[in-house]
Design a protein around this ligand. Sequence first.
Ligand SMILES: O=C(O)[C@@H](O)C(=O)CO
Ligand code: MG
Length: 257
Amino acid sequence: MKFSANLGFLWNDRPLPDAIRAAEAAGFDAVECHWPYDIPADAVKAALSETGLPMLGLNTRRGDVSAGDNGLSAIPGREAGARAAIDEAINYAVAIGAANIHVMAGFAAGDEAFQTFIANLKYACDQAAPHGTTILIEPLNKYDAPGYFLTTTDQALAIIKAVGAPNLKLMFDCYHVQLMEGDLTHKIAALLPSIGHIQFASVPDRGAPDHGEINFDHVFEVIRQLDYDAPLGAEYKPGGNTDDTLGWLKHRSAAGL
Ligand SMILES: O=C(O)[C@@H](O)C(=O)CO
Ligand SMILES: [Mg+2]
């Protein structure tokens, strides 16, 4: 199996280009990030070329984080900010060769929010398509992001259907889906055609995938048997030195898994 280091959490104690180098040294096959915008795209691109790792994806900017924003695209009245964030993310992704952009919905509810999200996602998919870029939407759990618009895979599927764009996919984060729905392996199998990227972390503490209520040896084996061979995103909080949390990766690599 191949693994991608999510540098929003792993090695986030250093500048993004150095985190990319650390991920390569640790044996990851790819990297992904959250909000890279403070680092010039050229510096990120140079670290990617130097290491040979692809950057799988990045997120749209969240808005005014100090005021509590966590994305803008489902918030009625915030369309201009949402689309500016989408444009910025596409420009950055194209500059560094990132294949996916996670468009963040934000805190909202109801039909008006649904319609706003659909319209902004149509805009994002139209703008991204000429570059071959995929737009992702990700259900987040109600404990970490109470009030977030998108919380379940059923809701995500309804949104994907309503937008009707071939470059709109589901970010299936095992951590969030386990907390909201469970039944991970049936869900991954059933949703596979709609899945654009898979992420993971232990539940409930969002740590390395070697403890907690999910048996990742089993989940990864099911994913492998489904012939899904894209890198899986390690999006966990190391709670200290990332290099000290990589026993799960070394164990898999030693076992040829
Ligand atoms: O799961 C997450 O939190 C992330 O994948 C993300 O993109 C931002 O919240
Ligand atoms: Mg995630």
